[in-house]
Design a protein around this ligand. Structure first.
Ligand code: OAD
Length: 252
């Protein structure tokens, strides 16, 4: 599939000083990590969020929740960054100010080389004490879930569950980036989960040029300056090529 990048968009981007990107699970879809809400293939088409991704669920059936995350960890361990992740790492090098806010918990942006990034919903590979919140690296993995070696409480993955707060530092930084950027990208997200989706709203209200990359229509699509319908792994490399062409023209 060939992705068409509007010339006006590359012109606007080439003039931008500050770019902010919000990504969602669609960016990792082509790495084999399932999305949440896609019909048939999304995780929430097969599982109930309230049975697996809440503190109440963990208290009710800690073993079920731990095992489900162990299964997802296995998928993530097998996954490699795709061209969308690599293109975003390249994009970071092209602007004086660049920030990436990801709802993804798979670590693939960092594996591709992204540096200034916020893990808005945590990281599935990290393990924390469910009571104290501290990161635990060594534990007895034979139990399900394993006990905290310090206090004996259960261990859990370091992800934000429904009903839990986003880390304050991450939220404050994300709000600052979204409200001060020239161009804001929403990529591979259905924009249905708050407060992440609100960052796009904030950028629109702050006057940013809003770009969406998604094969499907979303809640944001009618409000954006540019909606590019396609897969991130095709559209983003095409965007980088177009932008490099524009920068070359400017130098000549
Ligand atoms: P969703 O599953 O809600 O949305 C994924 C989006 O990716 C959809 O709009 C798809 O159309 C799009 N998509 C699918 N394949 C794509 C591709 N190859 N390229 C680009 N886009 C593609 O996932 P999120 O928006 O990430 O929260 O969901 C947000 C949060 O809801 C997640 O972080 C998770 C979930 O519950 C927590 O776990 C706290």
């Amino acid at each position: 599939m060939r992705a068409d990048i509007p010339g006006e968009l590359t012109k606007r981007l080439a003039a931008a000083q500050s770019v902010c990107v919000l990504t969602g699970s669609g960016v990792s879809a082509e790495s084999g990590v399932p999305t949440f809400r896609d019909a048939q293939t999304g995780l929430w088409a097969k599982f109930q969020p309230e049975e697996l991704a809440t503190m109440e669920a963990f208290q009710r059936d800690p073993s079920l929740v731990w095992e489900w995350y162990q299964w997802r960890r296995k998928l993530v361990r097998q996954a490699r960054p795709n061209p969308a992740h690599s293109a975003l790492a390249d994009l970071e090098q092209m602007f004086p100010h660049f920030s990436l806010i990801s709802q993804n918990v798979d670590g693939l942006h960092q594996a591709a080389g992204s540096r200034n990034m916020i893990e808005f919903h945590g990281n599935i590979m990290r393990t924390i004490c469910a009571d104290e919140g501290c990161v635990i690296e060594d534990y007895d993995a034979s139990e399900s879930p394993p006990p905290c070696p310090n206090c004996g409480a259960y261990l859990r993955p370091d992800v934000v569950w429904f009903g839990e707060q986003i880390d304050k530092q991450a939220l404050d930084a994300a709000i600052a980036y979204a409200s001060a950027c020239d161009v804001f990208f929403a990529i591979g997200t259905s924009a249905q989960v708050q407060p992440a989706a609100g960052l796009a709203e904030l950028a629109i209200q702050s006057g940013a040029c809003m770009v969406e990359i998604n094969p499907q229509q979303t809640l944001l699509s009618d409000r954006v300056s540019y909606a590019i319908h396609g897969n991130a792994a095709q559209v983003l490399p095409a965007l980088i090529r177009a932008l490099r062409g524009r920068f070359r023209e400017r130098k000549q």
